[in-house]
Write a protein that binds this ligand. Structure first.
Ligand SMILES: [Mg+2]
Length: 259
């Protein structure tokens, strides 16, 4: 990983960013990071938020933050706002999502029975496409138990994805990189793969792995160092500051380079 100052800032069209521990600290959006989003949007960069948080949250984020689209549940769906109103998109169609919901309910019951101390997340009822368990938000589950939970989810037929706060059961083929590509195509009419070098991705942990792999201009905020042993692909660049401070450093660098 090189310093973010080594990233070629010329011709960058947009910034795709994770939320938890990338722009937040202890679950709260950092002032520097929110100001940085406005700085970027004001300078003409397209902003895309992508999170493991629920689609019920992206409905709010898309309305309140200066982003073009907010992708939720690690790529399962997205929300955007334009002159015609608020819209939602999904990675899978309605009939696929119905089948996935059945699988998730089975996983929820099996986990409840096999690991009764493991709880679904507080934001569970705002989710539409995935199922998430609290591993580090209001509890701190030991690593061995997280591994056991992941193994159980996978044995029951879903994929799993683990962030600093949640372990997700993922019943469909999406991930953050795939979800962002579909959302950018639907909302901005752009083929992300044909201009991937024009986009910067910023994240911090395990559920950002697919995006770190996909985006050549991938940046980890400094706290990504805590998760490198669980990341098959490391980001290309790293900020000096952690969390929202790192995001703000990167934003200032990109805006400064635009002149
Ligand atoms: Mg994160």
């Amino acid at each position: 990983m090189e310093s973010y100052r080594e990233l070629d800032p010329t011709n960058v069209r947009g910034v795709v960013f994770d939320i938890d521990d990338t722009v937040t600290r202890n679950g709260v959006l950092e002032a520097d990071a929110y100001a940085a989003m406005h700085l970027l949007a004001g300078a003409g960069f397209e902003l895309v938020a992508v999170t493991g948080r629920p689609l019920g949250w992206t409905d709010v984020i898309a309305r309140l933050w200066p982003v073009r689209v907010a992708v939720g549940e690690n790529g399962a769906g997205w929300t955007w706002v334009d002159d015609a109103g608020t819209h939602e998109g999904y990675y899978c169609d309605e009939s696929e999502r119905a089948g996935q919901a059945t699988l998730l309910e089975r996983i929820r019951l099996e986990v409840e029975s096999a690991m009764p101390h493991v709880r679904t997340t507080h934001d569970h009822r705002h989710r539409r496409c995935d199922l998430a368990f609290d591993v580090g938000e209001s509890v701190s589950l030991p690593r061995a138990e997280i591994d056991a939970l992941v193994a159980l989810i996978e044995r029951l037929g879903a994929r799993s994805s683990v962030s600093t706060v949640h372990a997700h059961a993922v019943p469909g083929p999406w991930d953050k990189a795939e979800g962002v590509a579909r959302a950018v195509s639907e909302v901005l009419g752009l083929d992300l793969s044909s201009e991937i070098e024009r986009w910067v991705f910023v994240g911090d942990s395990g559920n950002d792995a697919a995006a770190f792999e996909r985006f050549p201009k991938s940046v980890g905020v400094a706290n990504v160092r805590e998760h490198l042993d669980r990341l098959p692909v490391h980001p290309s660049y790293i900020t000096d500051g952690d969390r929202g401070r790192g995001f703000a450093e990167l934003a200032a660098y990109l805006v400064g380079a635009r002149g």
